[in-house]
Write a protein that binds this ligand. Sequence first.
Ligand code: ADP
Ligand code: MG
Length: 309
Amino acid sequence: MALSRLLPRLQPRPEPVPGPVEDAPVEAADESPRLQAVPAPAPAPLPEPEGALMARVIALANQKGGVAKTTTTLNLGVAMRELGHRVLVIDLDPQGNLTMSQGMNPDAIERSMFDVLVHRIPISDVIKTVEVDIAVASIDLAGAELALSALIGRERALDKALVEIRDRYDYVLIDTPPSLGLLTINAFVAADGVIVPVQCEYLSLRGLVQLENTLAMVRENLNPRVHVQGIVPTMYDGRTLHAREAIEILEEHFGDLIYDTRIRKTVRYAEAPVKGSSVLKYDPSGPAAQAYRDLAKEVLDGAQARDDA
Ligand code: ADP
Ligand code: MG
């Protein structure tokens, strides 16, 4: 199939040891044309202060819009919360869909992630507690890329802001805008891992090459530990040959990086945010909620395997 030749072959690889590595020396870039074929060297873990368990920071990213980044951030976060973890979700998209999906109006929010990134106010000042803790976006986040671009350390603004709260959460999930601009780069610099929601369509798969190229640049220059930890097939309609073939191509190229959970296409995911709630609250016993519980277990199992390694 012509398209499949355009995709990189990401090899599943051992997870790097997590740990705070700010300002760790940047390792030599992976020179292989096969992206990520060679595992990035694991940065040496720094000793952690006793009793302080640091959050694992996960960016949900795909520069294509409408692939379920926001839906996955919220519902995965709520499912992790149900399992007893301390979870913070961060709305880093100027459209503020994540904020809206928890029943808040981004137009009416006074202080938001914009102020955290640009004016360096503490992130705890913009965290609201709803189904999970959420650091909210407002409409002025749209100006953040421009405002940040003039600042020194513009790519590390989010990473720095998270220092304050890293020991208060087990997982921090970042919802990113549909672009690979400075906001998404900030998420990659702060992140330990990236989860990529992908719509089960051929055209959606192409963008993964560009995403991986951007990540490779971030690894080389800013954050050697960041990597794709998993790919979630979303809006899956198993009745169509097209969707089944898209999954086959994904599995052929990304192997074990593809989660087993398929997020099926259903209107429940669009209905829940209208009520300001996750699908786990909106329809707790339905299959749409169960899908994100299954995904949460897979993501947490991956984290457990890493801790045991
Ligand atoms: P993104 O954040 O990537 O732009 P969203 O999470 O906002 O994507 O999803 C785009 C739209 O698709 C929203 O209206 C959302 O409710 C809907 N949606 C998300 N996941 C599914 C799904 N599995 N089936 C059907 N619709 C979905
Ligand atoms: Mg979104």
